[in-house]
Structures are given as C-alpha cells and as structure tokens.
Design a protein around this ligand. Structure first.
Ligand code: ADP
Length: 566
C-alpha cells in the first residue's frame, strides 16, 4: 500500500492583513474615497490606508490591546472605519462591528457580551456613547473617530483617534497569524431573543472575499469602482471592504447620507460601476432618479439582498436604466454571502420570460457554500421548484457555533437558516419566507413574500408587508399592510382585484390596511414581529361574519396536501 503523498506547497496562512497588503503593493495608487461626516470628501490610496492601519495597530498595542481582544466600532462607511477593520485584525485583535440602529439596551448587551476592550465611534454616536458608557464598565476607553478639532464634548472621557494614529510612525510588519484565529465579530439583530454573535476567522474572511469576487458573484475587478451602501456595521458590508482590495477595485464609502440624492450624486461624481444594498435603499434611489428625470452615467451592476427584492425593482433597474440588478441572499451566520441570481450560458439562451423567472429567485450557491432543503424528520426534499422546506447550509464561511454559547445550532453538520425555500432543477433557490413569517391558512402555507412582491408591482404601492392575522375558521389568514406612493390613490378592493389570476384565490389577502409607514428593523427590513403585535387585535372582515366568509367559495381544502404554487 502506498502512503498518501503530501503536497509540497507553501503553507501561507490566509490572513485579513494580506488583503490590504496586496492592494497597497499592487494597487497602491488606487483610490479610497469617503464622504465624511464632517461634510467634505476625503480621498487617499490603498497605500495610505495600509500605512495608517499600521499606525492604528501600533497605537492600539501601545494602549495595551492584545491579540484576541475585541474592539467595538459604531461607525458609518468611511476610511477611518476601514482602517479599524485592518488595524485591529492585522495584529490578531477582533474587530467587532456594532449596529448603531439597535436600541441602546441591545447595544449595551452586545458590548458586554463581546467584552469589548475599546469602542471606536463616529461623532454621530457621541450621545449614544454617553448612554452606553455607564452600562459598559468593562470598556477601558472610548475612541472618537475624529481629529482634535472635531472632538465633541462628552460626559464620557474619550481618546482622539487621529491623535492615537498620528503618534505612531507606521513602521510595523503585520505578524504572521494562525488563519484560524478570530477576525470579526458580528451580532445578528436579534428580533427574537438576545442578539447572537457570529465570530469569523481570518481564513473564513479571506475565503469569503474570494467567493464574493468571483465572476459568478460580484465579479469585482481592478476596472471597477465599488460603492457599498450596505453598512460596514452590518455583516462587514457583505465583504466588499475585503473583496475591493483583493481585486484592486476603487472603493467609495458613502458615510451617513444614504438618501437617493446623496447616493446618486456620489455615484456620478466618482464614476461608480458597482454597488450593493437592501431593497429599501434602491427604492429611494430609483424614486429620486425617476422624479428628477436623471440617468446613471457609469453604474453597471448592483447586488440587492438582505430581504426579498421585489421583481418590479429588478425590472426597473434593467429595463428603465440598463443596470444589471443581481438578487443575492445570505445572512450574518454566513459572512454573509450564500446565493446570487446569475445565469449560466445555457440559461441565457432561454426565453426572456424564463430568464426573468430565474433572475427573480435568490439564485444558485457560489463555490464554498452547499445547500439543501429538508422537510419533516430532516428528510431531504427534491429540487423541483415546488417542494418547500427548511433551508440548511454548510461551508467554510458558515458558523459552527455562536460566540460564548455552548449549544450547537447545527443539525447533522448543517446550519439551519430559519428560511423556508424551494430549489428548482437549475439549482436556483427561492425563499418563500422566514419560517416565523409563514402564514398557515387552513393547514396550507401562503408565502408572504410572493404576496408582497405582487403588491409593490402595483403603481400606487410604495411598500407592503403581508402578515398572518388570526381567523376563527382558518386559524390564520393574510392581512396586507400598505404604504401608498405620495399622491397615489387606490382602494383595498382595487388592490385585492389586482391579485386575481396572479395567485391561487385562497392566497389573496382578506384585508388591506393603509398606513403612513411600516416599522423597520435595525438592518432596514420590515419588522414583522412589531407589525404582528400592532395588528394583533385586528378583526379581518372575513371573520366578522363567518356566515359570509369569502373563503368558503375559494375552494380551500385545508388538507395540508396542496403544494405552494411556483
Ligand atoms: P438580521 O436581519 O436577522 O440581522 P441578517 O441580515 O443576517 O440578519 O438576515 C438574514 C436573513 O435575511 C435571511 O435569513 C433571510 O431571511 C433574509 N434575506 C436575506 N437576503 C434575502 C433575499 N434576497 N430574499 C429574501 N430574504 C432574504
């Protein structure tokens, strides 16, 4: 028997610092442009960025920070935040990005749970820091991401970031780290229960950056100019701050102003070719562009994810503005990228309708992620586009446990995402719902996402959410909550009529309620938990008089046997 033969290749660890070191060495003059909260635009290069990240590392080490210590950040997308990404992880500390849109009590919980040693913050969050500091006694110092001239007066003593950085010379070699050491700590937003920490490793971060950069995913390259609208405090801005230096793409960081006008002007001024963000941001941008009668001068493609992207939005980008809109899916526990909706060669030769149907789904996995759907008892379900079940994933950038939590979330080595999905013959996955948002009517499932997607295709609808409402006969029935477009007029009957012929009759919501705005989570998604609480006592018109229940003539069997239609 021959002995297995080991390869004779260098064992170079995959470390986060290597990404910036590469960009500094080979794309040294490529720009990083930031819209600063001070109001002006700051520009420098990857070479400058690496030098200052090294100065920061020296400064933190001088403060006594050691490998393994967590450093929190409360900051917008900007060059100083980027420096903290690399200036902490570069010597083995852990960069813990915190979502400032969470409630202060949740943030305090997260800072304490992570046991952050220092927290760096943008001036926007100065008042928040004064609220947090007394509740976070283990934080040794609060570092204001500002120069001395912009240091605000706080009750909490603060360290000035520029003073810390400028006191160092940047003559520092990134240490060679074990690639399995922790790099970033990101907490889920915890809409149910306390937030949970996903602790990435250097290896997972670098492999994820490769995955994000693939032509089948973002396809970023040194010819691109990337503007991540998705915040750096939310799942590492979907990996763009790593994929951009890996590929040598120019990076544009938009700061705090994420309204349509500010984004559009920055995109045009910097000739942005690639962007990424949640659907709400794009609705704002497209509304502005449409109302002002503008066109995109350079934008080629954009990734839309974080919550289901309404097909109407994909169509508008492509048909009205010639921008390739790529639907993507992922989650904090997956670093976050899981799937993207991009066609293969053969699929691009199918009918336009068939292509459109595929592109509206959440898409196929990229190399590095494996997925399956399972039904009762963990039975794997077929990839027929009809059977739907719990979506499970695995791969080198998927968590295998939560930070400081001994209970393994895995089932047979797979991570259960909490999403419910179908997978079709092409391997394209479609999310029907988050399992907790599914509506079960008379034993049959109704996809709230599909009902919402149709609602926003109506010209009078700006935003819509579909939730389960208690019903005496069917247990749950769908209620549609709608925000109308400014100056648009539509009646509930008209909206319900819009569904005729588009979905099974019994999927049509029982009621429509108009509201001025929908509640959103800290990551910009509709907060269905809050919405369900808000409408807990709503009595559906169909339930008011059961005798006249319109469901009776909708042929609802309630047997639990009908599959969800594609
Ligand atoms: P949270 O919102 O809980 O902080 P994430 O940002 O990690 O956490 O959210 C991940 C979840 O967002 C997914 O499990 C899924 O339910 C939803 N999601 C993300 N992208 C999409 C998409 N393209 N379509 C539908 N749902 C999506």
């Amino acid at each position: 028997m021959t002995t297995p033969l080991r390869g004779q290749m260098m064992d170079v660890p995959l470390t986060v610092s290597s990404l910036l070191a590469h960009a500094s060495r080979f794309f040294g003059t490529t720009e990083i442009v930031s819209k600063r909260i001070e109001g002006d635009v700051h520009r420098y290069t990857y070479r400058d960025c690496e030098k200052r990240a090294k100065q920061l590392a020296q400064g933190l080490i001088a403060l006594g920070v050691e490998a393994g210590d967590r450093i929190g950040t409360l900051a917008w997308n900007g060059y100083r935040h980027l420096e903290t990404y690399y200036g902490t992880t570069g010597f083995g500390a852990v960069c813990h990005t915190i979502n400032p849109r969470l409630f202060p009590e949740q943030i305090a919980y997260i800072v304490n749970h992570a046991d952050d040693r220092y927290v760096m913050f943008d001036a926007t969050f100065a008042a928040l820091v004064d609220v947090l500091a007394p509740q976070c006694p283990n934080v040794q110092g609060w570092i204001a991401l500002a120069d001395d001239a912009h240091l605000l007066r706080l009750a909490t003593p603060v360290i000035g970031y520029e003073a810390l950085v400028c006191a160092q010379d940047g003559d520092f070699d990134w240490p060679v780290l074990d690639e399995r050491l922790a790099s970033y700590l990101c907490y889920t937003s915890g809409t149910t229960g306390n937030p949970k920490g996903a602790l990435y490793s250097h290896r997972s971060t670098v492999l994820h950056a490769y995955g994000v950069s693939l032509p089948n995913a973002s396809g970023l390259s040194a010819r691109d100019c990337a503007l991540p609208v998705v915040p750096m405090f939310h799942v590492n801005a979907w990996g763009i701050p790593h994929a951009a230096p890996l590929t040598g793409a120019k990076l544009v960081l938009p700061g705090k102003d994420l309204d349509g006008k500010s984004l559009y002007e920055l995109m045009e001024a910097e000739h942005v070719t690639y962007s990424a963000g949640v659907p709400t941001v794009w609705l704002g941008l497209l509304n502005y562009v449409r109302e002002a009668g503008l066109r995109f001068g350079s934008l080629e493609r954009t990734v839309i994810g974080g919550s289901a992207c309404p097909p109407a939005l994909l169509r508008m980008f492509r048909d009205d503005y010639g921008v390739q809109a790529i639907h993507g899916w992922g989650m904090t526990e997956m670093s976050p990228l899981g799937t993207v909706s991009r066609l293969n060669r053969e699929q691009t030769m199918r009918s336009p309708d068939e292509q459109r149907r595929l592109l509206e789904k959440q898409g196929h996995v990229i190399y590095g992620v494996d997925m399956k759907i399972v039904g009762d008892g963990g039975r794997e379900l077929p990839w027929d586009g009809v059977a739907f079940g719990d979506l499970h994933v695995r791969g080198p950038w998927v968590i295998d446990g939560y930070f400081r939590n001994d209970v393994s979330p895995l089932i047979d080595g797979w991570f259960p995402t909490g999403d419910v999905a179908t997978i079709d013959h092409d391997g394209f996955m479609r999310i029907t719902d988050r399992s907790k948002d599914l509506i079960k009517s008379g034993g049959e499932w109704i996809s709230s996402i599909e009902i919402e997607n149709l609602a926003v295709a109506h010209a009078a609808v700006a935003e819509a959410a579909c939730i389960a409402c208690a019903h005496p006969n069917w247990k749950e029935r769908p209620l549609l909550v709608v925000v109308k477009r400014p100056n648009a007029d539509v009646t509930p009957e008209e909206l319900l009529g819009f569904y005729e012929g588009k979905v099974a009759k019994w999927w049509i919501p029982d009621d429509v309620v108009f509201v001025d705005e929908l509640p959103h989570t800290a990551t910009g998604k509709v907060n269905k938990l809050r919405l369900r609480e808000q409408f807990r006592d709503h009595i559906l018109s169909s339930a008011r008089n059961i005798e006249n229940c319109p469901l009776a003539d909708r042929g609802m069997a309630g047997s639990g046997s009908t599959p969800v239609p594609e």
